[in-house]
Design a protein around this ligand. Structure first.
Ligand SMILES: Nc1ncnc2c1ncn2[C@@H]1O[C@H](COP(=O)(O)OP(=O)(O)O)[C@@H](O)[C@H]1O
Ligand SMILES: [Mg+2]
Length: 259
């Protein structure tokens, strides 16, 4: 009698991972692409969803021209499954966002609901769905992140990144059915520096939220990241053994171990 009716349960996919940051410019999109590529290399059927509605750039970082994007899904013109682009080089699928579409960023939760339902249904066709969330904690970011059973918060040692990541974690933790929350420290000068950045966010969440997110990994600063983005090529194709790529590989293995 105390169980809620099934249709009141929050919509969520067990295999959906949301990549969040709070602050923009920390490397969230680059990390999402690299993780998707590594999952695909390991034989996992992977979909990368560009949830940075309004500032979409998965396709830009990969130099990909897509026929359809999420704009037509949110406007109800097309079904999400018909807008999937296969990224042949990486052997994973992409749902491209639409850059510069500011109206998208202000979509209300009600208008996002059909797309959210379609994404959860589509997730059944994949081993992993990675959502590259938008920056900030606006409603569309919250709606998309609520679909994930796992959230990876990417942060750097910049004070604004830490405060914004804290705000995002607080939102997740205080939700009725919180997802598993992991932290990835990016652009770290060293593993040790990365760990101390994690310690700083962990201190804040322990003190104020009585919650400790897991450190999923540290990604070191590496000039090859900029090079690969500039040449619109995945780092897994351009420099698979470089420091930052191998740090993401360690993270991908850790995630696959939990399968
Ligand atoms: N590990 C790293 N080492 C060096 N530079 C990085 C690293 N990760 C990201 N960057 C830099 O950060 C910039 C922003 O990355 P992006 O993925 O677009 O961030 P976001 O999606 O968080 O806005 C990239 O252009 C790249 O130059
Ligand atoms: Mg981005």
């Amino acid at each position: 009698m105390n169980n809620p009716a099934p249709n009141t349960l929050p919509l969520r996919g067990e295999n959906i991972i949301a990549v969040a940051s709070g602050k923009g410019g920390v490397g969230k999109t680059w990390f999402s692409i690299t993780l998707a590529h590594l999952f695909a290399r390991a034989g996992r059927r992977t979909l990368l969803f560009d949830g940075d509605i309004g500032l979409a750039n998965v396709d830009v970082q990969l130099g990909l021209t897509t026929q359809y994007d999420l704009g037509s899904v949110f406007s109800g013109q097309r079904l999400m499954k018909d807008c999937v682009t296969h990224y042949e080089q990486g052997k994973f699928d992409i749902l491209a966002g639409r850059s510069g579409s500011t109206s998208m960023a202000s979509l209300g939760a009600a208008r996002m609901q059909p797309a959210a339902e379609q994404l959860v249904a589509l997730a059944a066709e994949y081993d992993y769905v990675i959502i590259d969330l938008g920056a900030g904690i606006e409603q569309h970011v919250q709606v998309m992140s609520a679909l994930a059973s796992k959230v990876i918060v990417v942060l750097t040692d910049e004070p604004t990144s830490l405060t914004d990541a804290y705000a995002f974690i607080k939102l997740c933790v205080t939700r009725e059915n919180p997802p598993a929350i992991h932290v990835v420290v990016n652009q770290a000068a060293s593993q040790k520096e990365g760990e101390s950045t994690y310690a700083a966010i962990n201190r804040a969440t322990e003190n104020f939220l009585k919650f400790s997110p897991q450190l999923l990994g540290v990604i070191r600063k590496d000039n090859k990241v900029k090079d690969s983005i500039r040449s619109q090529t995945s780092i897994i194709d351009k420099a698979p053994h470089t420091t930052a790529a191998s740090d993401v590989a360690t993270i991908s293995i850790k995630l696959m171990k939990k399968e």
